[in-house]
Design a protein around this ligand. Structure first.
Ligand code: GLN
Length: 310
């Protein structure tokens, strides 16, 4: 079924919200960022933005959460808009098969990260966004992009989450200095890290995130922030790399491009059909939302939405 009526979809989402609450294992919130570690795992929200402008939701869809690595999609869009294909001189486009914060491949591949969604690649992308400016200017650009995409100016950075990650972000600090040693950071590592931690600390609810994703779903009435070619390519990277070493499993189970974050959010794009945001803060072994992934799987089964189906 590729056509699903909004009332049927709404009742599916309402039932889904009720049934996920029967879960006895919600996964574990990101424990290396103290501000996220203390969030109760048994929470769930889902929003589906449709081409006619409706947003259907269930669960705590108006509660802001930390979008973390979902922000990397928007930073990438901004950077491709600024420098285009030049980015690919500094970052690859291949899945890594390693965890999001791994340093192993970076050493083997002389400081050129595998893709823009693992932390090393996201640091290079953020460095390209910074481009000699003050962190506040780069952050204003990515926040402006997200607000315009979502049609909502009430989206902000949670300073406590950014500070919390800065204090404990030893791995990201190591990655940044390692990249700098390979001359793949053009700004002082601390400026790039500062920008990166704040970008990850953007807080949104699932309604806002689903609306922001409409620029990637290429809806007729979505703000024109991206060319269709660029949206297609970002979607391809989300499919192959958006869930780190869980990307193959997500493609297999859900069949749609998705980008996860350790705050428990996932943005999922069904091109031309829907932009979906799910949130549940407990993570699976890959660092992706446990219940969120299961909900995405069930939504894909119900709707039949898949980039692998006609
Ligand atoms: N800010 C987080 C980090 O750098 C983002 C990781 C993620 O969401 N997967 O570790």
């Amino acid at each position: 079924m590729t056509r699903v009526s909004p009332p049927d979809l709404q009742s599916f989402l309402t039932d889904l919200d009720m049934s996920v609450h029967a879960a006895n294992d919600w996964g574990t919130p990101a424990n290396y960022i103290p501000e996220l570690a203390c969030i109760a795992p048994d929470q769930f929200a889902i929003s589906v933005a449709l081409p006619d402008g409706q947003v259907l939701s269930a669960g705590c869809h108006d509660q802001p959460f930390s979008i973390q690595s979902v922000s990397k999609v928007f930073t990438l869009a901004c950077v491709l808009g600024r420098i285009g294909d030049e980015l690919w001189d500094r970052v690859g486009r291949e899945p890594s098969g390693t965890s999001f914060d791994s340093i192993v491949l970076l050493e083997r591949e002389q400081g050129r990260p595998r893709n823009p969604f693992i932390n090393a690649g996201a640091l290079v992308t953020t460095d390209a966004l910074l481009d000699g400016r003050m962190p506040a200017d780069a952050l204003a650009e990515v926040l402006g992009f997200i607000r315009t995409a979502a049609g909502d100016t009430n989206i902000h950075i949670d300073g406590d989450v950014a500070t919390s990650e800065k204090v404990t972000g030893h791995r990201n600090t190591a990655l940044a200095y390692y990249l700098a040693s390979h001359k793949n950071l053009h700004n002082p590592p601390n400026s790039t890290l500062e920008t990166y931690f704040h970008q990850c600390a953007i807080a949104m609810n699932t309604d806002q995130l689903a609306r922001a994703g409409t620029v990637l779903a290429r809806f007729q009435n979505a703000p024109r922030l991206l060319s269709s070619e660029r949206a297609r390519r970002i979607n391809a990277l989300m499919m192959t790399c958006g869930h780190y070493d869980g990307s193959g499993d997500f493609a297999f189970r859900v069949g749609l491009p998705g980008k996860s974050g350790v705050g428990g959010g996932i943005l999922i794009i069904a091109p031309g059909k829907a932009s979906i945001a799910v949130w549940s803060p407990g993570l699976n072994n890959y660092g992706n939302s446990k219940v969120g992934t299961e909900a995405a799987h069930r939504l894909a089964q119900f709707t039949g939405w898949s980039v692998f189906a006609g």
